[in-house]
Write a protein that binds this ligand. Structure first.
Ligand code: KG4
Ligand code: ZN
Length: 353
């Protein structure tokens, strides 16, 4: 993109306070993230009120650090972009009010951004560690996060057709819930990945919900199967929060079996969708895209199909400000503007069928 834009982007939809300065929707000048993960680990999950207060505590220091990293000032900034949804209402409001204040005081346009569009546009952030320069249309994108799991087709910028979505739990939510059942710390996703890497036997097979020819996903049956297995193997004790009576090797085997099931369904459906629409590239994004096994298997499958895969490095898959800057630049260029009445939209969808 050659708009010459320099976007200051604010992300606060869940439990990361992110501020970034992004040029032309692709070059990152600063991308500072204050994570609340360690704080929420103590309660085994996110308490919305606690998350909102932490955003308030950290948002100014995060901005200060972003300025220091970018070596830029307000004169250089084209617009302020901010996540308007989906996410936790209280958390979103902190970022929105902060961005509004900055835009008003410094006389900059305010650009509203859909968080899910941010996960998608992370694929356009410049990164030398990928096999294609940038995604090519038409493409299929799999977005897998803590709150969302869906497949979309894109034939051009900012145009989405929903191919499928989860009918129950999001993939990240399933990781987090099963992690908890296995007695692993919050969030379960990275912990299951680490535990699974230590498995020495590989014979645990959990069910896969294929749902016929549909591109929809379902993970609640898998979660129930994992819960039953854990309960049986621990005489019913395993479902308590904060620890199971399972030995470490067994935790590793079950973690691997669970991860295999999730990854198998995600990869198979994504590649089938890509073939069906004649995709010229596949994009992977969202927090679960930080998972090494998912990245590797989708890369292998896409390579076999001869379709380039674009997946941001793990730090750009989990929530951050740069992805909002990437989507914000496109939205800014397309004329999207918000007034000072911008409100949080906790259930904002990306696309409809
Ligand atoms: O996109 P994200 O940072 O926040 C939301 O918008 O939800 O995604 C967070 C989710 C959590 O459920 C977390 O467990 C999962 O992404 N996650 C992972 C990994 N890293 C983060 N899941 C599997 N493997 C990982 N390495
Ligand atoms: Zn996210």
């Amino acid at each position: 993109m050659t708009t010459g834009s320099l976007i200051l982007a604010v992300e606060s939809s869940c439990d990361e306070t992110g501020i970034a300065i992004v040029e032309d929707g692709c070059r990152i000048h600063a991308n500072v993230v204050a994570s609340q993960v360690a704080m929420h680990a103590a309660s085994g999950g996110i308490v919305p009120e606690v998350a909102a207060r932490a955003h308030l505590r950290w948002i100014v220091p995060v901005l200060d650090e972003a300025w220091a990293a970018a070596g830029a000032g307000w004169d250089d900034i084209t617009a302020v972009a901010v996540t308007e949804g989906p996410g936790l209402a209280g958390s979103l409001l902190v970022g929105i009010n902060f961005a509004k204040t900055l835009a008003y005081v410094h006389g900059k346009p305010l650009v509203p951004v859909n968080h899910l569009e941010g996960h998608l546009y992370a694929a356009w952030l410049a990164d030398e560690n990928r096999d294609v320069a940038e995604p090519i249309f038409p493409l299929v994108a799999l977005i897998v996060s803590g709150g969302h799991t869906f497949l979309v087709e894109m034939r051009d910028h900012l145009q989405y057709r929903l191919l499928g979505e989860t009918v129950d739990d999001a993939a990240g939510e399933a990781f987090d819930k099963v992690g908890r059942l296995l007695g692993l710390p919050y969030p379960g996703g990275p912990e299951i990945m680490k535990a699974a890497a230590g498995a020495t036997r590989h014979d645990v097979v959990f069910p896969r919900a294929w749902l016929g020819d549909s591109f929809d996903f379902s993970f609640s049956g898998l979660k129930t199967a994992a819960r039953r297995t854990i309960a049986t193997e621990t005489d019913g004790e395993g479902t308590s929060i904060g620890g199971t009576a399972l030995p470490g090797d067994r935790v590793a085997e079950l973690a691997e079996g669970f991860q295999d099931s999730v990854v198998d369904v995600l990869v198979t459906k994504t590649l089938r969708a890509a073939r069906q629409i004649g995709a010229k590239s596949v994009v992977l994004g969202g927090g679960v895209a930080a998972n090494r096994v998912l990245r590797d298997r989708l890369a292998a499958g896409a390579a076999t199909a001869g379709i380039p895969l674009v997946v941001p490095r793990p730090g750009l898959c989990t929530d951050n400000g740069a992805m909002i800057g990437a989507a914000g630049a496109r939205r800014w260029e397309a004329g999207a503007r918000a007034g000072l009445d911008l409100d949080a939209r906790p259930s904002l969808p990306l696309a409809r069928r």
